[in-house]
Design a protein around this ligand. Structure first.
Ligand code: HEC
Length: 121
């Protein structure tokens, strides 16, 4: 069987994991770190440029319209639900292609991502 390996710099991933679980800095910095390390940056920009998913710039507090015609305000609960259950509310105009991160983040990490998004005005 062929294995698909992602090679990290010497000790990089382990170091980072340790760092994230013991992170004591500001939550938004934890979020910025997770954005890079967990691959959110593949599909989401933070500067308004288009990618597979919506940009995070100006996202917090914005009205979101969904494929099913419903809408909601992007508050903390909405952002966390979007991460845990992306297929639950699919943003209009975007594919339902985000993987679920249910169970992949601690509460602190989820809060970190939300705090990071809040800084992206
Ligand atoms: C493979 C591409 C992909 C990756 C990787 C990805 N997303 Fe997404 N994301 C999307 C797409 C496409 C949407 C819009 C459709 C939907 O709502 O599910 C979306 C929607 C969202 C939304 C709602 C955005 C809005 O404008 O209302 C949030 C919040 C979000 N993603 C967070 C994350 C986080 C956090 C990560 C990393 C842990 C991540 N995403 C990784 C593709 C991705």
């Amino acid at each position: 069987m062929l294995a698909h390996a992602i090679v990290h710099e010497k000790g990089g991933y382990e170091e980072w994991l340790k760092d994230a679980s013991t992170f004591t800095g500001p939550l938004n910095e934890l979020g910025a770190k997770l954005y890079q390390q967990r691959g959110c940056s593949t599909c989401h920009s933070v500067d308004g440029s288009p990618k597979i998913g919506p940009t995070w710039k100006g996202l917090f507090g914005k009205q979101r319209n969904f494929e099913d015609g419903s809408s909601a305000t992007a508050d903390e609960n909405y952002l966390k639900n979007s991460i845990n259950n992306p297929a639950g509310q699919v943003v209009a105009g975007y594919p339902n292609s985000m993987p679920t991160f249910q169970g992949k983040f601690t509460d602190q990490e989820l809060n970190g991502i939300v705090e990071y998004i809040k800084t992206l005005k």
